[in-house]
Design a protein around this ligand. Sequence first.
Ligand code: PHE
Length: 466
Amino acid sequence: MAEQDQSGTTTSGTKRGVHGAWASRWTFVMAATGSAVGLGNIWKFPYIVGENGGGAFVLVYLVCILLVGIPIMVAEVMLGRRGRQSPINTMRYLTEEAGLHGAWNAIGWLGVTAGLMILSYYAVIAGWALHYVGQMASGAFQGASAEQAGAIFGNLLADKNTLIYWQTIFLLLTMAIVIGGVTKGLGVAVRILMPMLFVLLMILLVFSYKHGDFERGLNFLFSFNYQALTWEGVLEALGHAFFTLSLGMGAIMAYGAYMPEHARIGRTVLAVGFIDTAVALVAGLAIFPIVFANPAIEPGAGPGLMFVSLPVAFGNMTGGLLFGSFFFVLVTLAAWSSAISLIEPAVAYLVESKGFNRITANLSLGLMAWVVGLGSVLSFNEWADTRVAGFTFFEFMDFLTSSVMLPLTGLFIAIFVGWIMKPDTVREELDDESNRVFFSWRWVLRFVSPLLVLVVFVLGLYKTFW
Ligand code: PHE
């Protein structure tokens, strides 16, 4: 694709030096999995399942992953691989190539903005995990009851200086990796450590099977109690499908840009989607039995769910001091490998088009995310009672990004690839897929995904505000 290589910006030399290409399809799987598996799976999924009453929400979420997430992920990887630049320039190139109206560039812009907004609060929550590494190791949770664990967590939220301290450290860690280039440092670490995270989740699962109320946990997650489900909940499930697969904000598009020419996108995406879903479900299965065995913890406890339930488990397990601190190290790593993909698209854009180098780009964007993140920090203490449309600042950022911006960008992507791009161009990019796979995918992307997103989006927003 020499023609496309030259279509890049004049800085394409730097660009290629910086981004390079994944060595193989497998490296892409690891990078995309690193982006997808993060706080969304271990922290967010269980607590929103809890808030939305369990089983029915899980089912809606799985349907969204299958009919919306996976097809749109294929589309995003494909767009990225064809454009081979940051999402903003990729969309610019593809719209120009197809002779379309410049308004389609909004896909790139919306996505990059959403990424930075997510990073702002993501760093705050990842900061909690970082803080918990030390807490665990120091034995603060040794033999702790659910009440004690809840009190420790409450004290952390009330202490804004500690929150800001860890938020800052996490952002610095993220910028350090993105400045140094993604593939070598974190790529390697993630490849070794992510499997360990999974193993530790399994150990937790065994603990929770032995000591928790496993049957109730299982029932809660998988029985179809549709009465508990609301349209707001359905919108949240849809938004989370985007969030957990890192869709609708350019991360996967940016990673697709470094994908080898001939790698089957379909299978690759299925692998990433499968691992991501498995981690979320195992996290849920590990957490809820512990929650139900401890009446002091509510399933709908909100963002603190993991930070209260798991310390209780570790605090009462042999070797829990060690396992516990190691677990939070791994959660931090999972968050880290996601955070780099939240900032990378914007960094790539500033480097390609605005004359920044990796360092200045990271510093400016990191500073922005830090300042906005202060709003989330304060929403857990000083601003806890300040609400906009019923949301605290943190809840508002989360809602605006996950439930509005990501689905909207995803919808535009589905329409762009399904209806606007020339079918031949799309087929050419996906020429390794069989006819059957290609045409089924395209059909779902044209009809099912956009319709689902549209209906859920409109009804969900309507019910949230009226
Ligand atoms: N997928 C990540 C998670 O589940 C979060 C994320 C969202 C990362 C969007 C990149 C882009 O934690």
